[in-house]
Design a binder for this molecule. Structure first.
Ligand code: HEC
Ligand code: HEC
Length: 272
């Protein structure tokens, strides 16, 4: 009798434990999906124009330095990141370094992501690993001849020393704008070496047709809270027009999915 009770108790406890675990997993995956949207990992890693499979990469990202092709970040073990450890993933996102030690090009916005917290990064990984694995080989980048791994190393050193590339002030609004949303990568002008000119933060980048969104009167200084909310929710501009292209994607994939409190935090941060 005693033995049976112990067995039953044991069975009950282990059932409860596994229910807890899958609850935790599901919660992490849900949280990961939210952060993944806010960071817009989808846009760059999906070849939308050619009906590419989600997250399987192959999207051509044009730049002054050549064409980058985004890699496959599905959990496929051969062609994706299915074999990556948690530490591999964290290192890639905050340091821009691959598991084999090579340095990524900053077309992958790890300079913005460097301030992401570990728990959030691992939630994004849990979400990615819950998605279908797609077997699709990465395409090599087509870059200017002078962009070897060696010049990339020097560039990174300079960038780390010369410009604190992204300012994160610890607030939720800043986390969404500067870190996850990587708004600086498009809206802050760059110097000849492609480094962000942080003294002109958010003042627009002509090469990308990204307008000034600083608080000056050329930027969003004259916008009220409702106008900003309509832009982030629906992509609607104060004159009734809608944003297109890159910002259209940012709105569809990211800003329209912000929870109300995050939307308010961003507006407060941008208007400060
Ligand atoms: C602006 C475009 C862009 C965004 C946004 C972006 N990535 Fe990337 N990502 C790239 C490019 C381009 C590379 C390849 C860089 C290289 O080869 O040097 C890359 C590389 C990677 C790698 C390395 C893959 C490998 O096989 O080595 C991972 C992992 C990754 N990105 C995950 C993410 C996650 C997670 C997010 C969202 C939090 C994200 N990326 C957002 C463009 C982007
Ligand atoms: C991939 C590049 C890219 C990223 C990332 C990006 N934007 Fe934009 N943004 C643009 C472009 C391009 C436009 C102009 C779109 C148009 O007018 O059709 C724009 C327009 C805007 C406007 C309208 C400004 C005006 O005067 O019309 C605001 C506000 C804005 N972005 C805020 C943000 C915020 C906040 C983020 C980060 C969450 C962000 N953007 C991320 C490229 C980007």
């Amino acid at each position: 009798m005693f033995f049976r009770i112990v067995l039953m108790l044991y069975a009950l406890i282990s059932m409860a434990a596994s229910a807890d675990e899958s609850e935790v997993d599901r919660a992490a995956i849900e949280q990961g999906r939210y952060l993944f949207d806010a960071a817009n990992c989808y846009a760059c890693h999906t070849d939308v124009d050619n009906d590419g499979a989600p997250l399987a990469g192959g999207r051509a990202l044009e730049s002054d330095f050549g064409i980058f092709f985004s890699p496959n970040i599905t959990p496929d073990k051969d062609t994706g990141i299915g074999n990556w450890s948690d530490e591999d993933f964290i290192r890639a996102l905050i340091l821009g370094i691959a598991p084999d030690g090579h340095h990524y090009y900053p077309s992958f916005p790890y300079l913005s992501y460097q301030n992401m917290n570990r728990e959030d990064i691992l939630a994004i990984k849990a979400y990615l690993f819950s998605q279908p694995a797609v077997s699709q080989k990465n395409k090599p980048h087509q870059l200017a001849w002078y962009l070897s791994g060696f010049t990339l190393r020097i560039w990174k050193l300079l960038n780390d020393l010369a410009a604190m590339p992204v300012t994160y002030d610890g607030s939720r609004g800043s986390y969404l704008v500067d870190v996850l949303g990587h708004c600086n990568e498009c809206h802050t002008p760059r110097n000849m070496l492609g480094m962000l000119k942080m003294q002109n933060r958010l003042e627009g980048n002509k090469a990308l047709s990204a307008p000034d969104i600083s608080t000056s009167k050329n930027g969003i200084g004259g916008w009220d809270k409702q106008e900003l909310a309509d832009l982030f929710r629906y992509g609607e501009l104060p004159d009734g027009d809608y944003v297109a292209d890159h910002m259209g994607e940012v709105v569809d994939n990211s800003t329209s999915k912000w929870a109300d409190y995050d939307l308010q935090a961003v507006i407060e941060y941008l208007q400060r």
